[in-house]
Write a protein that binds this ligand. Structure first.
Ligand SMILES: Cc1ncc(COP(=O)(O)O)c(C=O)c1O
Length: 395
């Protein structure tokens, strides 16, 4: 018998077809991967496809993380988060949305905002349940259904990209268990007013459905979309909301994987059980940078992004439709109908001119728009906008 004790001796490989779960096979990552592949081929592209900020982490926040590592905060923390950091988050929550532990609320530090979303889906969804999210959507949302056997239901929000209660009600059924609201939104940057949010909160309350408010871009809300100086939040209207937020986008530290969630205590306890057996805890040294992060004023940077937003709106004025982004760093731009092409075709023409944007089909059932990220140096942004505008002109 041939020896199989060395790697060379093993010629029968395990096969994906035999072993990979239907759940995993059902997930198609090709759309976004194609863009990365295209980007890798271009030399010094004008890259307007990136979903993360283009500024470095503010020095004080970096120092806090370095200090935490040097002070030996490198082991596991409690599942909910290091107690001192939990206090920081509670202080922030009580000031910002008025929630306290005494109200029956809970809070937990998570591995990014994604960590919180996945744990919420695992804690609540089962086969046959429905989870509703806006279309265009953040690419994780449909996968939350696939991961849990639930059905993802996209709520069409074209052409203004506002998931209003009227639109939401049309797609809700007795099987709806969860609704995801995102404001400011990815990929559109649209910010809902507190009136619009209150109507969604009321609809979910009446139907006994859990509302998740994804507020990862909350600090990135521009002056014309702020109310009372801040981003409108569902958490200020109801305690029966799961609030998810993160540090990554606001402070430019997406790789630190720091997020937090807060909501009804019973739900946070369920999610904590699942975190204990999966992510274990949020990355400990970076938890300890949370206080420094929340104390850092990012308004100068947000103002700079607002000016870039204005450049984007100006560039496409009179050429095509763009729903005004009230926050985040994205615009969802319509490919003019008279061009008679899909967004994929338009994007591939843009790539030929060294400009990288993402076709709407990556985020939507439709392929009529593209996502442009203005988290790019101003000179590059201006150059990219002028090429895209030129591509939209007839002839
Ligand atoms: C709307 C939205 N929610 C959640 C996330 C995930 O963020 P994190 O990096 O904190 O997991 C993103 C990231 O792009 C996002 O755009």
């Amino acid at each position: 018998m041939a020896s199989t004790s060395s790697i060379e001796g093993v010629n029968e490989r395990l096969s994906a077809a035999h072993l990979v779960s239907a759940r995993s096979s059902s997930i198609d990552a090709s759309g976004i991967r194609k863009i990365f592949e295209l980007g890798a081929k271009l030399r010094d592209p004008i890259n307007l496809s990136i979903g993360q900020p283009d500024f470095p982490v503010p020095l004080e926040i970096k120092k806090a993380a370095i200090h935490a590592i040097e002070s030996d905060h490198n082991g596991y923390s409690l599942t909910m988060g290091a107690p001192a950091v939990q206090e920081v988050v509670w202080n922030h929550l009580s000031k910002d949305v008025g929630w306290t532990r005494a109200m029956g609320q809970g809070a937990m530090l998570t591995s990014g905002t994604s960590g919180a979303l996945v744990l919420a889906a695992l804690a609540l969804l089962e086969a046959g349940d429905e989870v509703v999210f806006p279309d265009p959507y953040f690419i994780l949302y449909p996968q939350l259904g696939r991961l849990t056997g639930a059905v993802g239901v996209a709520c069409d929000t074209y052409p203004d990209f506002r998931m209003t209660a009227v639109r939401l009600e049309k797609v809700m059924t007795p099987r709806t268990k969860m609704v995801i609201l995102v404001s400011p939104s990815n990929p559109c940057g649209v910010v809902l007013s507190s009136k619009e949010i209150a109507e969604v909160v009321e609809l979910c309350r009446a139907r006994k459905v859990l509302l998740i408010s994804d507020e990862i871009y909350d600090e990135f809300t521009f002056s014309d979309a702020r109310e009372d100086g801040r981003c409108p939040s569902a958490a200020r209207m109801s305690r029966d909301v799961l609030l998810v937020r993160g540090l990554g986008k606001t402070y430019g530290c997406t790789g630190w994987r720091m997020g937090y969630c807060a909501g009804p205590e019973w739900l946070i306890q369920e999610m904590a059980k699942l975190q204990q057996y999966s992510y274990v805890c949020a990355p400990t040294p970076f938890q300890h940078a949370t206080a420094a992060a929340l104390a850092t004023d990012m308004s100068g940077i947000v103002d700079g992004y607002e000016r870039r937003r204005d450049l984007v709106l100006e560039a496409f004025k009179g050429v095509t439709e763009v729903a005004r982004p009230g926050g985040a760093f994205y615009a969802f731009v319509k490919v003019p109908e008279q061009l008679n092409e899909t967004a994929k075709d338009f994007v591939s023409r843009a790539v030929d001119r060294n400009v990288l944007v993402i076709p709407g089909s990556v985020f939507s059932a439709r392929d009529t728009h593209f996502r442009l990220s203005f988290a790019a140096p101003e000179q590059k942004l201006r150059a990219g906008l002028s090429i895209l505008r030129e591509m939209m002109q007839p002839g």
